[in-house]
Design a protein around this ligand. Structure first.
Ligand code: COS
Length: 386
């Protein structure tokens, strides 16, 4: 059995590596400083067809699979984690439609998303619900051929630029959240009653936007419901099963980026009359970092290969896939935090200032331990598979 990337995947990896170096890395520090949504990067991804990676050809996609998408995310995250979020959030926001959408809904929304002409966000988190998905309070009441939605979503990536937001809401307050209480409804930009609230000022991934979403008597066509009423919890869980490996690939990219800077610095930097890479205290640190990054990468690729065979519909996810998805996210996120922190240490004073990119990478790494399920939640998921 061949255990390697295909020629197509390698070509994509090399292409994105070149694009990232030439067109994304030069603006990374400025994007971080300005904290503005990177429309220039969106255009680069559109021009190179990168939004299409994981969409079916029938809906305008390239049908290259989730591993291909993760390879692209990894290459972008090596140089600018905030920019890699453009691809990550696109996958996260699209996934409920891919899983639960009817053919008509897919024909309506997916071609624009595959081309990157339209952007999409994922509306799960609320002031009282993040790790606890069952705590969702946003309420959708059906009236005729419409849902009237009321509630507030918090920490929603790219909500301010999204053309569509997949909003998780309670449609049956009598039912338990994971037994038919929740549903996912696609709310389109410009719908009366939909507004964007506070923009968060974040520690890292500052090139991405994170906002509050306010729904006040927001009237949405009932035809925008994904799947059936009550499918919400399952769609949310399966979405996260699919997208956690993408966050893991972002973490691998951030860690590799920091390791590359640390190695280059340690080869150049002279102390006590020799390059500091010749000191065992430092080169053993680099050896550990390299080993951890490679182990994380292999776990992500393995997980993606398993997900290539998981159907994008409402069927159950095999336990082995759930387990690997959570493990890859947990291990890669912890690796990114450790490796970026060690990279700052290797650069010493230079690591702590903005002249070098490792302090930004360390700030960016932190979110990978938090979003799409904290490291602690990943352990809950892994343990539940034992
Ligand atoms: N994939 C598919 N199904 C899952 C699942 C997963 N990852 N995790 C749990 N389930 C299923 C369970 O098997 C159970 O199914 P049955 O009722 O058929 O037995 C059902 O979901 C309910 O499970 P449980 O009772 O454990 O639900 P809880 O509400 O206690 O919470 C966790 C389960 C904590 C795993 C879930 O809420 C979760 O993943 N939370 C994190 C969400 C998150 O990532 N938030 C970040 C913000 S989004 S960017």
């Amino acid at each position: 059995m061949l255990y390697d990337l295909t020629d197509e995947q390698r070509m994509l990896q090399e292409t994105v590596r070149r694009i990232a170096k030439e067109q994304i890395e030069p603006g990374a520090a400025e994007r971080d400083a300005k904290a503005e949504f990177p429309w220039d990067v969106v255009q680069v991804f559109r021009d190179n067809g990168l939004f299409a990676c994981d969409f079916k050809e029938a809906y305008g996609g390239a049908e290259m699979g989730v591993l291909a998408l993760c390879l692209a995310v990894e290459e972008v995250a090596k140089v600018c984690a905030g920019s890699s979020l453009v691809l990550l959030v696109h996958e996260l926001g699209s996934m409920p439609i891919l899983l639960g959408g009817s053919h008509e809904q897919k024909e309506r929304w997916l071609p624009g998303l595959a081309a990157g002409e339209k952007l999409v966000a994922f509306g799960l988190t609320e002031p009282g619900a993040g790790s606890d998905v069952g705590g969702i309070r946003t309420r959708a009441i059906k009236k005729g051929d419409k849902y009237i939605i009321n509630g507030t979503k918090q920490f929603i990536s790219h909500a301010d630029v999204a053309d569509y937001i997949c909003v998780a809401c309670v449609t049956d307050p009598e039912a338990k959240p994971h037994k038919g209480g929740l549903s996912i409804i696609v709310v389109e930009k410009g719908t009366p009653g939909l507004s964007i609230g506070k923009h968060e000022d974040k520690l890292g991934i500052r090139a991405s936007s994170t906002c509050e979403v306010i729904l006040e008597d927001c009237e949405v066509p009932a035809a925008n419901l994904l799947g059936s009423e009550g499918d919400g919890f399952h769609i949310l869980m399966k979405t996260l099963d699919f997208t956690r490996p993408c966050v893991a690939s972002q973490a691998v990219g951030i860690a590799q980026g920091a390791l590359d800077v640390a190695v280059a610095y340690a080869r150049e930097r002279q102390q006590f009359g020799q390059a500091i890479i010749t000191f065992q205290g430092l080169n053993w640190m680099l050896a550990d970092m390299d080993t951890q990054v490679e182990a994380a990468r292999q776990l992500v690729y393995k997980t993606c290969s398993v997900f290539e065979d998981v159907p994008k519909d409402l069927s159950k996810v095999p336990r082995e896939a759930i387990r690997l998805s959570a493990m890859s996210k947990l291990f890669a996120a912890e690796t990114a935090m450790k490796v970026t922190t060690d990279a700052v240490q290797i650069l010493g004073g230079y690591g702590y200032v903005k002249e070098y990119p490792v302090e930004r990478m360390m700030r960016d790494a932190k979110i990978t331990q938090i979003y799409e399920g904290t490291s602690q939640i990943q352990k809950v998921v892994i343990a539940s598979c034992l």
